[in-house]
Design a protein around this ligand. Sequence first.
Ligand SMILES: Nc1ncnc2c1ncn2[C@@H]1O[C@H](COP(=O)(O)OP(=O)(O)O)[C@@H](O)[C@H]1O
Ligand SMILES: [Mg+2]
Length: 251
Amino acid sequence: MSPPLLVARDIVAGYVPGLPIVKGVSADVARGEIVTIIGPNGAGKSTFLKALAGLVPVTSGEVRLGDAVVTGKDTHRLIAAGLAFVPQTGNVFTTLTIHENLTVGGHTIGPALRRRLDAAYEMFPALAAKRGQKARVLSGGQRQMLAIARALMTEPSVIMLDEPTAGLAPRVVGEVFADLRRLAQTDVAVLMVEQNAKAALRISDRGYVLADGENRFSGAASDLLADPAVAEAFLGSRRAGVAGSEAGRTH
Ligand SMILES: Nc1ncnc2c1ncn2[C@@H]1O[C@H](COP(=O)(O)OP(=O)(O)O)[C@@H](O)[C@H]1O
Ligand SMILES: [Mg+2]
């Protein structure tokens, strides 16, 4: 197993000085690995990813990307260093075409643009077929593919995604996860936050459970799935109430 590529240690971060939301969270991800962060709403998962992406101030702790300490660096410098971030919302320009979505900002990547475009369309043929159409015509799953494809245009070594399957139909959830597995097979490190906790852990190598801004559990995804304490509190899917048989019901 390769050493971790992105390492976050004891990250404290928040929106208001003196009011930390993330209270000392650690996580890491290696090349070719998929690591998923789960946890209840409000746990600080999104804030943690945003802190790593340079979008929320980090008050203490350290972020390392490869050999470099990148704590608190500007987002554009992190992108240049190989870190990509797909936020949960607002991650595509609906009024631009698919092609424009992929090439906007292309001036920063110069002559490699054509090669990267070809790679994006090869990975996502559904996007290639609609390249001249506005992104707003895309289905939810295709929009998520476009968001991922956009992030890949900078040829990142690490991609972070905040709830990439939010709002998608179960079949499409599987497609997005399959895309992420293919991506990991190209040696990209994938760090995501997911509410589809079980499905996400099933395609992940490792996972972390965050609660109240702190690490609660971590380990191999298969171990987390099998851990009754994790299942009890954190793996009851939102649809569990309907099924009535999930461990995550409150009692
Ligand atoms: N832009 C913001 N400004 C202030 N507080 C925020 C902001 N975004 C989120 N929070 C607060 O941070 C806490 C954690 O939110 P978040 O990181 O989005 O949790 P999660 O992604 O785990 O659901 C919540 O209490 C939320 O109200
Ligand atoms: Mg969130």
